[in-house]
Design a protein around this ligand. Structure first.
Ligand SMILES: C[S@@+](CC[C@H](N)C(=O)[O-])C[C@H]1O[C@@H](n2cnc3c(N)ncnc32)[C@H](O)[C@@H]1O
Length: 312
């Protein structure tokens, strides 16, 4: 089954703000952000059909080759559960099931599109492995997702970012065209898409993020203290030993899922892996090599003054 073309639908700019946010007094901000976001989308629609009515904002479909590139970039397979936030006509979830054997959920606020998605899944014999829900994506439970796909808008992506960062380490997120601000993608590619309905360049950017384990803080192993500073998937670590005035090692690198690894080079190299609550120094070079194999426990955050330390 191939999906073609651009559909239109009535999108309500206030919809991206979930009930909880509204209840918390975020309505004004949400409306403002959504308005700016949709203005950005409208700016891209300069080449869209002129017949579009003022009050009818098109929803834009991801072209098939871009859908496949997104799912390939995420390495989607039969064990995956793909959640498409704002699933339109269901193409991403259906392609994930049909071509990659995954299961999936699409959430969409336009009822007709949900009906259409279910019918397409049924026709493709994929109704058992796919679900389409009429739901605000801001209230969707993402706990089951191993892959999250999005073709939304920059401000909406930024609103979603804290929830995406809180997903299980290793969860893959793929976005079509719009990024996640300062959380840089782990991988990205640009495709030539002559059939693209919007934009002058006829290109699509596809970006992948792998949710990093949350390692920020102090970790202890006997007389060793490991302090990790983390910003999204980048980290720097200082390994100290009680009784030594200088650190044993200082190193930095990238976190991908549960693995934190240095980037290579002549300085200290190390690999740390989170398993449950324990952080294991799988391998290390230079002075840290003597401590390879050690397992660290997280030190509770201190509320009072003074640096966190290891007690035994
Ligand atoms: C640009 S389209 C992408 C459709 C599909 N994911 C694709 O890539 O082909 C964005 C979709 O998000 C839906 N949408 C917008 N706000 C939403 C919200 N708050 N909750 C659920 N769906 C939403 C729109 O109706 C639209 O179908």
């Amino acid at each position: 089954m191939m999906f073609m073309g651009t559909c239109t639908g009535r999108l309500q700019p206030q919809q991206p703000c979930g009930p909880a946010q509204r209840a918390a007094g975020w309505a004004t901000r949400c409306l403002f952000l959504a308005g700016r976001a949709w203005a950005a989308m409208l700016a891209l629609l300069v080449s869209a059909p002129a017949a579009l009515a003022q009050d009818e904002v098109p929803f834009i479909t991801t072209p098939d080759r871009v859908t496949i590139a997104m799912l390939e970039l995420a390495g989607v397979g039969a064990a995956d559960h793909v959640v498409d936030l704002g699933s339109g006509d269901g193409r991403i979830v259906i392609t994930a099931a049909r071509r990659f054997g995954a299961s999936g959920l699409g959430v969409e606020i336009v009822p007709e599109l949900v009906v259409k998605s279910r019918a397409s899944a049924q026709a493709a014999g994929l109704a058992a492995r796919t679900e389409f829900r009429e739901q605000d994506l801001f209230v969707t439970d993402l706990a089951r997702a191993t892959v999250v796909t999005m073709y939304l808008l920059p401000e909406v992506n930024l609103q979603l970012r804290p929830r995406l960062l809180a997903l299980a380490p290793g969860t893959r997120i793929v976005s079509h065209d719009w990024d996640l601000g300062e959380w840089r993608p782990d991988r990205s590619l640009t495709l030539e898409v002559p059939e693209k309905a919007i934009g002058r360049e006829k290109k699509s950017r596809v970006m992948l993020w792998v949710v990093p384990a949350r390692l920020h803080g102090t970790w202890c192993s006997g007389t060793l203290r490991l302090h990790v500073e983390q910003r999204f998937q980048r980290f720097s670590a200082t390994l100290e030993e009680r009784g030594r005035s200088a650190p044993v090692a200082v190193f930095d690198g990238r976190i991908e899922g549960t693995l934190a690894a240095t980037d290579g080079g002549l300085t200290t190299q190390a690999r740390l892996r989170l398993a449950g609550d324990a952080l294991r120094l799988e391998s290390a070079s230079h002075a840290a090599a003597a401590h390879a194999g050690r397992t660290f426990a997280r030190q509770p955050e201190r509320t009072g003054a003074g640096p966190a330390g290891c007690t035994d």
